[in-house]
Structure formats: structure tokens, C-alpha cells
Design a binder for this molecule. Structure first.
Ligand SMILES: Cc1cc2nc3c(=O)[nH]c(=O)nc-3n(C[C@H](O)[C@H](O)[C@H](O)COP(=O)(O)O)c2cc1C
Ligand code: SF4
Length: 411
């Protein structure tokens, strides 16, 4: 299989995103048609076999999540699919590319997922600033209703499914799936305690499948080409392709799709055509603010969930922020901690106070003893915070200290 094979970006630049005809010409909705001839169990088996893992950051096995949702509350007449298009992780700009360029692909993926969990209704939760994404997705939804791809008895089948958009107000925490559901229910964006997980008690208490935009965009390929074909792409535990959002002083920053396992070296020096003149590679922040700092020893580590985990790092959303010899690492560190302080919802003490303490400390001239204290505080927050946001500073704080201690202390 060609390493240039694209799944999420296959049609980008090749079709008019407002044209259903264009999408149909490239085989659009053929996977949905195939799906409608099988039973939900068979579809879920295929997704499980493919090895697809969620692209929102946590990398949870997508087929298993579908299975849990399918198996939950057989008597429930209402079952929901929620597409997480909040894209709040700093440095991440991939979901918008799918929505702006190939909205019908996203809708087809949502429909396949909806059918597999016996879903009745779906929501695309899009951040409000994504005007173009909103326009493209809403236009595609409208067209799908007009042409029988949404609504009652889709394409003459017994499957009926409603789909609409919902606008997020720009809170990072509302990208977290349970907080997102609160927001979708019209409530303040405070997290829920898990368990129960959305598969059991989701939107309005009903079984709900929550997936990221990129995750949904892989379903039509898996149904069309087969799970084995998909599973041949990528690494042992990270199958398929991934969107990598490269930013920083490289010659060609951008969002690129490659099979899981591509190295940082290849991404930076080949795909992005190297560092800009006068800048030398120093390291990277992988996975956004909630991710991990890495140094040049990671240049040849395959970018995949398991390989990065073995080295204490994370792939997260696929954000790759490049650090160079002129990067003010301390300022970046401080900026991340300010971000967490700003985004903490304040509901629980360890995170409300902890994010403030970490940020305030980062503004001072740091000594080695301060870094030890910051790492301890991050551990305390990770153990005692109510939701994943309060647990998030742990990775960036400790990895920054591990790889860039000198830069943090010197300035
Ligand atoms: C603070 C926080 C913010 C998050 N923001 C997003 C987001 O913007 N988009 C997203 O898809 N997932 C986000 N997630 C992950 C979601 O909680 C959830 O794991 C994901 O939507 C599940 O979809 P997936 O299985 O397809 O990855 C966030 C998680 C946390 C803890
Ligand atoms: S961990 Fe932070 S964001 Fe989560 S509930 Fe507590 S204060 Fe709110």
C-alpha cells in the first residue's frame, strides 16, 4: 500500500465541499449503502478488527466503544451519536480541514456509526469560531436531508437518523466528552463524574457514542476497503493513518496525513522540508498543551500510541509544535500553565488552586527546588482533581523539566 494513501484527506482539494454530486462521483455514500445491507453487529466487528482508535486524544479503541454503546440499554428507543468537533487542544487544526473540505465524508462516517449503535439522532458539536466549518457542515446536512441521506428511512431502508449542529462557546473543558454532553444539554460546562460513561448514560441519560471528527472520517474507508486493508496500515497497536498538525519554524508547517509510525525526523526534514534558515531543531511539544515535551532523542521514534507511551510521551491529538534554538522554552511553559489556569472550571480545589499556583510559580525566576515542587504539585493534582483537565498539567510539567531543565532554570 502506498505510504501516500490518504483517508481523512483523500478528497481535499479534489472536490467542491458544497457539492453532493462531487462527493458521489468519488464513491461517496457507497460505504453507507454497503452498511445498510449488513447488520450492526457485522459493522462493529469490522471496526474492531480494523484496530481503529479514537483520534480525539485518548486513543480508545473505536469498535469497542461502539460495542459498549450498542449493548447498552436495549430498551432505550433514543440513542445518540455525538461528533466532537470542538478542536480545543492548542496546536491542533485538523478536524476543521475535514469539515471545511469534505463535510459529506464526516456525515457518512457519522451515519455508519449511527447505524452500528442503532442510533436515532446525532449532533456535531462545533466550536463557534469555526465559521467555515459550520457553514460547510450545515450546508451538507441540508443537502443530505433533501436527497434522502438523512431523515426517515434513509435510502429506502429501515434506518432513520436525524443530524444537527450545536455551537460550542470556546471552553477547552467542553471538548472533554462528559462536559460536552452537559453543554449540549444546555447546562453550564462542568464535568460529570465517570463512570458512568456516555455509552451507558450519555446525552439526556441515553446511550451515546462520542467520537472525534477524524475518527468518524475513517469509517467509510474501513467499510469500503475492509478491516484487514485498514489494519495493514500503521504499527502494531496504532492502525491506519493519522493527521499530524505541525507548527513552528519549519519551512512547510501544516496538517499532513501519514500512516501511524512515521518519525518526527521524516515529518520535519522531509515532509515539512526542514527547519527555516537560522533555526535548529531543539525538540517538540507532542499532543498540545496536555501533551509531552520531547527532545532530539525522539527524532527516530515512530509516532504511534504504544511507541511514544513506552518512552513516557504521548501522541494526543496529533499536534506537533516544534521548538528550536531560539524558542523561549520558559515562556512556552508559562503560557501552557496560564492556559490551564484560564480553562480550569474552578469546581474542585486541587485544580482551581493548583493551576493558579503552577502558573504563578512559573512566572518567577525558577530554581531547581521550584521545579521539584512544581512536579510534586502536578502529581498531587493528577491524583486528586475531579476531571482530566486537572490531571493534564502532569505530563507537560514533568516532561519540560526532564528535557529542558536548563532552559527553565537559566532564564
Ligand atoms: C480537557 C479535554 C479537552 C478535550 N478536547 C477535545 C476536543 O476538542 N476534541 C476531541 O475530539 N476530543 C477532545 N477531548 C477528548 C474527549 O474527551 C474524548 O476522549 C473524545 O472526544 C472521544 O473521541 P475519540 O474516541 O474519537 O477520540 C478532550 C479531553 C479533555 C480531557
Ligand atoms: S479538575 Fe479542574 S476543570 Fe476539572 S472539575 Fe476540577 S476544577 Fe473543573
Amino acid at each position: 500500500m502506498s505510504p501516500d494513501l490518504k483517508i481523512s484527506l483523500a478528497n481535499v482539494g479534489k472536490l467542491n465541499p458544497n457539492s453532493l454530486e462531487d462527493y458521489l462521483k468519488v464513491g461517496g455514500f457507497e460505504s453507507l449503502k454497503k452498511t445498510l445491507t449488513q447488520n450492526p453487529d457485522e459493522i462493529i466487528d469490522q471496526i474492531q478488527l480494523s484496530g481503529l482508535r479514537g483520534r480525539g486524544g485518548a486513543g480508545f479503541p473505536s469498535g469497542l466503544k461502539q460495542r459498549f454503546t450498542y449493548d447498552s440499554c436495549h430498551a432505550c428507543p433514543e440513542r445518540y451519536v455525538v461528533c466532537n468537533a470542538d478542536e480545543g487542544e492548542p496546536g491542533t487544526y485538523k478536524d476543521r480541514i475535514i469539515m471545511e473540505n469534505d463535510p459529506f465524508l464526516l456525515i457518512e462516517g457519522i451515519l455508519i456509526a449511527g447505524y452500528s449503535i442503532r442510533g436515532t439522532r446525532g449532533f456535531v458539536y462545533i466550536r463557534r469560531e469555526y465559521y467555515d466549518s459550520i457553514n460547510k457542515v450545515e450546508n451538507a446536512i441540508k443537502t443530505c436531508y433533501e436527497k434522502g441521506f438523512l431523515g426517515k428511512n434513509i435510502l429506502g431502508s429501515n434506518f432513520s437518523f436525524e443530524l444537527e449542529t450545536f455551537y460550542g462557546a470556546g471552553s477547552y473543558l467542553c471538548g472533554e466528552e462528559l462536559t460536552l454532553l452537559e453543554s449540549l444539554e444546555g447546562k453550564r460546562g462542568y464535568p460529570r463524574i465517570k463512570p458512568p460513561f456516555p455509552a451507558e448514560v450519555g446525552l439526556f441519560g441515553k446511550p451515546t457514542l462520542v467520537n472525534n471528527v477524524e475518527t468518524f472520517s475513517h469509517l467509510p474507508f474501513i467499510v469500503r476497503e475492509g478491516a484487514e486493508t485498514y489494519a495493514r496500515l500503521g504499527t502494531a497497536e496504532s492502525k491506519g493513518t493519522k493527521l499530524f498538525c505541525v507548527s513552528g519554524n519549519v519551512n512547510k508547517p501544516g496538517t499532513y496525513e501519514f500512516p501511524m509510525g512515521i518519525t518526527l525526523r521524516r515529518l520535519i526534514f522531509d515532509v515539512c522540508e526542514g527547519m527555516k534558515e537560522g533555526y535548529n531543531f531543539l525538540g517538540a511539544l507532542l499532543g498540545g498543551a496536555a501533551g509531552t515535551f520531547v527532545d532530539e532523542s525522539f527524532l527516530d521514534v515512530p509516532l504511534a500510541y504504544e511507541t511514544l507511551k513506552q518512552k513516557g510521551a504521548t501522541l494526543g491529538s496529533g499536534a506537533i509544535m516544534i521548538l528550536d534554538n531560539k524558542t523561549d522554552v520558559k515562556a512556552m511553559f508559562q503560557n501552557i500553565l496560564e492556559f490551564f489556569k484560564h480553562e480550569s472550571c474552578g469546581k474542585c480545589v486541587p485544580c482551581r488552586i493548583g493551576t493558579t499556583l503552577l502558573y504563578e510559580k512559573s512566572k518567577s525566576k525558577l530554581l531547581e527546588s521550584d521545579l521539584i515542587w512544581m512536579a510534586q504539585e502536578a502529581t498531587y493534582m493528577a491524583k486528586n482533581s475531579l476531571c482530566p483537565l486537572g490531571q493534564s498539567p502532569d505530563l507537560p510539567v514533568k516532561s519540560a523539566i526532564k528535557y529542558f531543565k536548563n532552559q527553565l532554570i537559566e532564564s
